[in-house]
Design a protein around this ligand. Structure first.
Ligand code: SAM
Length: 252
């Protein structure tokens, strides 16, 4: 394995550590690891701490990156990112315009699905958030296909054409006039909004643009995790009850 590569280490309790391969020590409560030893290892091998505790070496995926990355504003949860990608049919090679970039979590999900031949152009109005998103996208290894743009998307979209527009910001209705200009026929306008009154306000504004879109669809995604024991399976007592409403409009 190469210097600078990111690997996931899993300790005997299942605790995960995202580390970078380099000739340095990494301290855990189960002992010290010499990360230089990773050069001679492969995924699936183990590395031992000075106390003899074995850590499994895995290739990290985007969920590991998102779990460990620096957070700025609230991120879009994987359950919502999944439905956005699936319902809008976002595919390898697509160009997606996103706003705001925030912490870059949804940017990373989008970049992962559009692949190396696709593009994600993410507008962000706050410089500090743009910087966090840029670093997180780099950590995920997607800087080649993502541009974080320091710009207010309400003022306009610079690009001539987009396959999809995906928004997580307070007033998505203010992007409708720009979306009508740049969205390709068949592409999706997706708005993620935490509050019902935002959806309501969006639909009031949407009336003016309805001739440009197919019938809208609004969903909320609930995931009920199960607790599986030897003699009983039942829903977990607590669950992530509400994150946001997701509105899908398909361009005609
Ligand atoms: N989806 C992001 C993620 O998963 O990490 C989180 C987005 S965060 C909740 C909303 C972001 O939208 C903030 O960073 C905010 O600064 C940005 N924002 C708000 N209005 C904007 C606008 N008009 N243009 C661009 N970005 C905007």
């Amino acid at each position: 394995m190469r210097e600078g590569e990111k690997v996931l280490l899993v300790d005997p309790r299942g605790k995960r550590y995202l580390v970078t391969i380099s000739n340095r020590e990494f301290h855990t409560d189960l002992g010290i690891l010499n990360l230089g030893e990773l050069h001679e290892k492969d995924y699936g091998d183990t590395i031992e701490s000075h106390r003899g505790e074995k850590f499994k070496i895995l290739k990290p995926d985007i969920n590991d990156i998102i779990a460990k990355m620096r957070r700025g504003p609230q991120i879009v949860h994987p359950k919502d990112a999944g439905i956005i990608i699936a319902y809008a049919g976002i595919s390898p090679g697509d160009t997606v315009i996103e706003a705001g970039a925030g912490s870059g979590a949804l940017t990373i999900f989008l970049a992962n699905i559009v692949g190396p031949s696709g593009r994600v152009i993410s507008y962000e109005v706050r410089e500090d958030h743009a910087e966090i998103a840029r670093k997180n996208v780099e950590l995920a290894g997607f800087s080649d296909r993502v541009t974080i743009k320091l710009k207010d998307i309400y003022e306009g979209i610079d690009e001539d054409r987009a396959d999809h527009i995906v928004l997580d910001l307070p007033q998505p209705e203010r992007v409708l006039p720009h979306a009508v200009e740049v969205l390709r026929p068949g592409g999706y306008f997706v708005a993620y909004t935490p509050c019902a009154n935002q959806v309501h306000r969006f639909f009031q504004a949407f009336q003016e643009y309805r001739e440009h879109f197919m019938k809208p669809r609004v969903v909320e995604v609930l995931v009920r995790e199960q607790e599986v024991k030897r003699d009983c399976m039942r829903p977990k007592t607590t669950m992530l009850a509400h994150t946001g409403y997701i509105t899908f409009l398909r361009k005609l």
